[in-house]
Design a binder for this molecule. Structure first.
Ligand code: BGC
Length: 780
């Protein structure tokens, strides 16, 4: 084809864009994406009509690339492929100038000039880093969560990124699974609210705006239910459980307009999600009305070979026909089972049709239109905006606040906390100075070197008033191989040459000189995250020993606990007077922690995952079924032939929804404005809450419902509403919830979403163990 014709083709594409884009605002403001794809159909079809088969397959290709640098290395395989139109997008590239150059190649050097989409794992912030998602969820503050996503989008979009692989909304009840750190915990209702807040934060009112990015809800679906908490393991679950307990957050994200979906690694009903037509087409597109595109997880298509789904043609065909549009990281010389390597031949073999490919191409091109990339491919590469809007003081101040709001106070005997800003404090523990661990797992765009450690945070905030002493006290773990695995990705905590005894002695000697000890111990950030499952979820033994030795000094000890998952903390809960679970608070960690330690922020975080007593109780979650032999009110006492253990009580150490404050709250009686309702009715449930302590504070008031009789068994309690309120010292507020028929619905045996008439219990309280309750009836 001559240059003139090529130029004309590009003009046609641009021409179509100019003539037929109605108004991006109208398009995007309608959050239900059902109509948007139609608006772009004509333009998309016109491009597809002039695309070669290689160019089409190219759009489905999202290769894994190391850092690509253009210029001198223009001839790298990737650059050549972009020029040939064989790549649809790239991911996890951090450098805006590089992204600009690469986009330029796609737009100017490829035959059709189709812009690339640039994705990234912007999971909990771009450079300004917020707490790990599990921590963030403990804020129970949807406005705050949405704002973190908004800031992440603002920073990422200024730096060339227009697509994030977030939110991860996999419900999980298994703290052995390292990826619980990336999600919002165990509850489907709360998970749905968080999913919506995140999608809204990323995409806001207009996907085409330069400060928003497309969200990709993941990992669809059920990834959090991997057997035995081992990452990438098999999932097997009844449809009833799926619909009622695991699918709601994905559905909520889709309803909020999430532009894309990532298929999970696991199988569902015996077919890997990546090739599961029921999941990716029947449920996602037909039932839920999703019209964005679906991307595989990293080499997910290829992995179907190991799953035992056939040869490279079988698995790619299975994926494409199932509705999997984009192949992540499949395009590599050593991976035969990729769209790039097989689809063309699969047509010749009669396994797929060109229409199958066209459908996927159309969805990806539509996404690019929605993002406004055809109008201005460089809109996300705004160097000035990147300089002015990334990691700003305003964003960092907000991250500092969010870090504090996500902290969960697990124990505070004799009001040891907050600490006084005076005297001598010994800061002891291997995580005290570990800045690089503070942002937590999945923080690819963070500058780990500038994150604020506990030590730095304390020095900055109270360094003038408090005499601060430091000792490392111990290494992370005695196990060298484990230590290596949990300090990867530049998150090393150099091992001390000193012996354990020497480290401990140093710690004890400064402990003796102090008024109070702040023990900064727990997991490193890479103890959780992908491929970081544990069977022992205790604090590593060498750190436990350190903690017990510190307690023996008789000095008051505050445990500042770092973790990416619920840990088993029986010993600590019995021996340590104050425990502050800080998760991994983000780039401003040390400041957030200091704010809470000294009471500048009164902690109000509430757990979103149950903390078990021991790993043998797992999976342990509050919204379980009753069984035919419940222990009832005899919790704590063993009963033969009841559902319990010989060696450990059933109940958790810290339940879902649990978290203390420096102040105390007293709940009054539950009042209902009526005790029965019909389908068209609502009931108002209210309760008075009084701040009875000595500090102003915030409380997350939680409402749970139990459906006493159903056509299928129903959970003993389900979270149905919550409100986070502020109460001044001595203040009383009435909190009112309105229960509607929607709150009583569930999927029945026929998968109809229904409410069944009968009796319900309603509980309100400070956590899921609440016994404050009342009753009402739903009549026909
Ligand atoms: C993870 C995804 C992530 C992707 C891209 C995969 O290994 O499972 O969550 O988005 O990599 O980095």
């Amino acid at each position: 084809m001559t240059k003139t014709i090529l130029k004309n083709i590009k003009l046609i594409i641009v021409g179509i864009t100019l003539i037929t884009i109605p108004s991006c605002e109208t398009v995007i403001k309608n959050k239900t994406p059902k109509t948007t794809s139609n608006l772009y159909k004509q333009k998309v079809d016109s491009i597809i009509n002039i695309m070669t088969i290689d160019e089409k397959i190219g759009q489905l290709n999202l290769p894994a690339t190391g850092p690509i640098t253009t210029g001198s290395s223009k001839s790298t395989g990737v650059v050549k492929k972009i020029e040939e139109g064989k790549i649809g997008g790239l991911f996890n590239i951090k450098d805006i100038k590089n992204i600009y150059e690469i986009q330029k190649i796609a737009v100017e050097k490829s035959r059709l000039g189709i812009p690339l989409i640039f994705g990234m794992d912007v999971i909990h912030g771009y450079k300004t880093t917020f707490p790990i998602p599990l921590g963030l969820s403990c804020s129970w503050d949807m406005e705050l969560i949405e704002k973190t996503a908004k800031i992440a989008a603002d920073e990422a979009s200024a730096n060339g990124i227009n697509w994030t692989f977030s939110p991860m909304v996999d419900i999980s009840r298994d703290p052995r699974w390292g990826r619980v750190s990336e999600g919002g915990g165990e509850d489907p209702y709360l998970g749905g609210k968080i999913a919506q807040a995140m999608v809204n934060g990323y995409q806001q009112d207009s996907l085409a705006a330069e400060y928003t990015i497309m969200s990709c809800v993941k990992h669809f679906a059920l990834y959090g239910a991997s057997e035995a908490g081992r990452d990438y393991n098999t999932v097997d679950m009844s449809r009833i459980k799926m619909y009622n307990e695991y699918l709601p957050p994905y559905k909520a994200a889709i309803e909020e307009g999430a532009g894309s979906v990532m298929a999970s690694f696991n199988e569902i009903d015996g077919i890997p999600a990546t090739g599961n037509k029921w999941l990716l087409t029947d449920l996602l597109r037909e039932d839920w009305g999703f019209n964005g595109f679906v991307v595989s997880d990293y080499t997910g298509i290829y992995e179907m070979r190991a799953h035992g789904m056939g040869d490279e043609f079988d698995v790619t065909t299975l994926a494409l026909k199932a509705g999997l549009d984009m192949d992540m990281a499949g395009d590599s010389p050593n991976i035969a089972a990729s769209y790039t390597n097989t689809l063309k031949e699969a047509i010749n073999k009669g396994k797929i049709t060109i229409e199958d490919i066209d459908k996927a191409v159309a969805r990806i091109l539509t996404a690019k239109y929605k993002l406004g990339l055809f109008e201005d491919p460089y809109k996300y590469c705004n160097v000035k905006r990147a300089e002015n809007q990334t990691y700003t003081q305003v964003n960092r101040d907000f991250a500092r606040l969010v870090g504090a709001e996500s902290t969960v106070l697990l124990k505070n005997e004799n009001q040891l906390l907050p600490l006084k800003k005076s005297g001598t404090i010994a800061v002891i523990g291997p995580l005290a100075k570990a800045s690089n661990n503070m942002p937590g797992t999945w923080s690819v765009s963070t500058d780990h070197a500038t994150a604020i450690s506990v030590w730095d945070g304390l020095e900055q905030t109270v360094g003038n008033q408090v005499n601060l002493l430091y000792a490392k006290g111990s290494n992370i773990t005695k196990d060298l191989a484990l230590e290596k695995r949990v300090t990867m990705f530049g998150k090393d905590i150099p091992r001390d040459e000193k012996t354990d005894k020497q480290l401990l002695n140093e710690a004890l000697s400064i402990a003796k000189k102090s008024d109070v000890i702040v023990a900064t111990i727990g997991e490193t950030s890479e103890f959780s995250g992908e491929s970081s499952s544990r069977t022992n979820i205790e604090i590593p033994q060498v750190q436990k020993d350190l903690l017990q030795a510190l307690l023996k000094t008789g000095k008051p000890v505050v445990l500042v606990l770092f973790t990416g998952r619920p840990l088993t903390l029986v010993e600590e809960s019995e021996t340590v007077p104050a425990i502050l679970n800080v998760w991994f608070p983000g780039s401003e960690a040390g400041l957030s922690i200091s704010d809470v330690l000294f009471g500048d922020v009164n902690p109000s975080g509430k757990l979103t995952m149950t903390f078990p007593r021991n790993v043998g109780q797992v999976p342990l979650y509050y919204n379980h079924k009753n069984t035919g032999r419940p222990l009832g009110n005899n919790e704590g006492k063993f009963e033969k032939f009841k559902t319990n253990y010989l060696d450990v009580r059933n109940e958790s150490l810290y339940p879902f929804g649990y978290g203390l404050s420096y102040t105390t709250f007293e709940y009054g009686e539950i009042k209902l404005d009526k005790t029965s309702m019909t389908n068209n009715d609502t009931i108002n449930v209210s309760v008075n809450i009084t701040n009875t302590g000595n500090y102003d504070g915030k409380e997350v008031v939680q409402l749970y419902i139990r459906d006493l009789v159903g056509t299928i068994t129903r959970p003993v309690k389900e979270l149905k509403a919550f409100q986070k309120i502020s109460l001044k010292k001595g203040e009383t507020k009435t909190v009112t919830f309105t229960i509607s028929i929607e709150d009583l619905k569930f999927y029945n045996y026929d998968f109809d979403f229904v409410a069944e008439s009968g009796d319900f219990e309603v509980f309100i309280g400070t956590d899921s163990n609440t016994t404050l309750q009342s009753k009402f009836t739903l009549t026909e």
